[in-house]
Design a protein around this ligand. Structure first.
Ligand code: GLN
Length: 245
């Protein structure tokens, strides 16, 4: 049995709107394919976290205050996370976690939080705390050449600029900025998005994209996850699309 390794970052702080659920969905969909997902955690102050010997590193979303509290710990692992990413470890990030991988995040108190600088994008929040992107979002994403509608919920003040390769085209909602045409950031081994949900429960094919990438990297040959019974998930998605679009 193949074992994939996932490192869950600051799960006690970055868990807005059930973001920790993404990890449960990954584990469940791995198990359906006979793959074991082994989980490790990193919390503030942990000294011996192994960042490089991983298949997936996951960050959920968090409010400005959590981002402030954890950023110094995070910055002390900049080189480890960068090297994991360069080696092809999959980086999966939601909202607050997404913002922290860019150049910087200027929060709603005009306080600049340095990012890890892995990517060129940067984020600025309006100092008017009532000025936020809130509500359901529907995107169209391209996963291995296939268009897939991604559904989720956004609640962020941060406006992310300078993204060249977004995760999806916005069909409904805001995304990276107010009334933006795009949401998130994507590379072969990166998915970053403003969408909570948790994302993977509403979008099983995004979970399968991550499983397919990480298994292919691990085994050295293209891995196509065998189809599973998603009847219930598909029915939920259908109803949500009908209600929202
Ligand atoms: N603190 C960030 C913002 O409001 C991120 C919030 C989130 O993760 N939902 O922009």
């Amino acid at each position: 049995m193949v074992t994939l390794k996932l490192l869950h970052m600051y799960s006690n702080m970055l868990d807005l709107y059930g973001d920790n659920g993404n990890v449960e969905i990954l584990k469940y969909r791995c198990r359906l394919r006979g793959i074991e997902l082994e989980m490790a955690q990193h919390f503030i102050g942990d000294k011996d976290t192994d960042f490089e010997n991983q298949d997936i590193i996951y960050f959920g979303g968090g409010a400005d205050v959590e981002q402030q509290l954890l950023v110094n710990d995070l910055l002390s692992y900049r080189e480890n996370i960068k090297s994991a990413y360069k080696n092809g470890v999959f980086l999966f990030m939601i909202c607050g976690g997404y913002q922290l991988m860019g150049q910087y995040y200027k929060d709603s108190n005009d306080k600049k939080i340095e990012g890890l600088g892995l990517f060129d994008y940067y984020t600025i929040a309006s100092t008017n705390k009532r000025c936020r992107c809130i509500g359901n979002v529907i995107l169209e994403s391209n996963l291995n050449g296939e268009n897939y509608r991604v559904i989720g919920f956004e609640n962020h003040g941060g406006q992310t600029k300078g993204v060249k390769t977004p995760f999806g085209k916005v069909l409904y909602g805001n995304g990276n900025e107010f009334k933006s045409e795009a949401d998130g950031y994507m590379e072969k081994n990166v998915i970053a998005t403003y969408l909570h949900g948790p994302l993977l429960s509403k979008n099983p094919k995004v979970a399968d994209y991550i499983i397919s990438y990480t298994m292919s990297r691990k085994t050295g040959s293209v891995f196509v996850p065998q189809p599973v019974n998603d009847k219930f998930e598909e029915e939920c998605r259908k109803q949500l699309f009908e209600r929202i679009l």
